[in-house]
Design a protein around this ligand. Structure first.
Ligand code: IYR
Length: 226
């Protein structure tokens, strides 16, 4: 049992920090960077099944994200049912077809050309799992509204953790952003205080898949020291 203490009337537990030397800090931060830098957005997946417990563990990791006033304003829908995946694909493609033909600007479509995306989303059926992340504008506890804070920031951070956990496990994903996404609330029967945030297929990357030959910005181009 960790040591407990009341601070300003509220119970706190002692934080057991891992002690690291200066050289361990450098080594660990380099190793983590190398691991994360290998992540790529993948749009083709193997149909190979994956244990649900792996996905549960990944989502558990996403749930360790910090959130405004620790309200944890997120819901993660984990979908493997082929019927539901089919419905999601059909609805997403319907919206995407309109987006690619009339909603997106020419500049936007030009910016996407190197990525080779289009309205067709076969990955929504091929990947063994879909994760649909919902943000909760407010919470509901015993029929009472609960105020949530910094919802976009909180859910965005949790999605970052989720993507890192997917990659670290050895799986792959794409942050698919069909727009508008209301169809996800209907198909998944979510209440009105939950809004769709992100849709991620998860699976093994297809063998012999190719990713765009693009580069990341160099540190000096996105970090300023003061
Ligand atoms: N939502 C569309 C288009 C799209 C938009 C951006 I910004 C991307 O980085 C990639 C795709 C789609 O998912 O295809």
């Amino acid at each position: 049992m960790s040591e407990k203490k009341r601070i300003k009337g509220h119970l706190h537990i002692r934080y057991e920090a891992e002690k690291r030397t200066a050289s361990e800090l450098l080594q660990r931060s380099q190793d983590f960077y190398t691991m994360m830098d290998r992540r790529r957005t993948i749009r083709e997946f193997e149909k190979t099944p994956i244990d649900r417990s792996v996905l549960e563990q990944i989502i558990r990791t996403a749930g360790t994200a910090p959130s405004g006033a620790h309200k944890q304003p997120w819901t993660f829908c984990l979908i493997s049912d082929p019927e539901i995946k089919k419905k999601i694909r059909e609805a997403a493609e319907e919206e995407e077809k309109i987006s690619y033909t009339s909603r997106m600007t020419d500049t936007w479509k030009n910016d996407l050309k190197p990525l080779g995306t289009d309205w067709e989303k076969p990955f929504l059926e091929e990947a063994p799992y879909l994760i649909v992340v919902f943000k909760q504008s407010y919470g509901m506890e015993n029929g009472e509204k609960v105020q949530h804070y910094y919802v976009n920031e909180s859910v965005g951070i949790a999605c970052g953790f989720l993507i890192a956990a997917i990659h670290q496990a050895g799986l792959a994903t794409v942050t698919h952003t069909p727009s508008p996404m209301n169809f996800l609330s209907q198909i998944l029967n979510r209440p009105s205080h939950e809004k769709p945030f992100l849709l991620l297929p998860v699976g093994y990357p297809k063998e012999n898949t190719y990713v765009p030959d693009i580069e990341r910005k160099k540190l000096e181009d996105f970090m300023i020291s003061y």
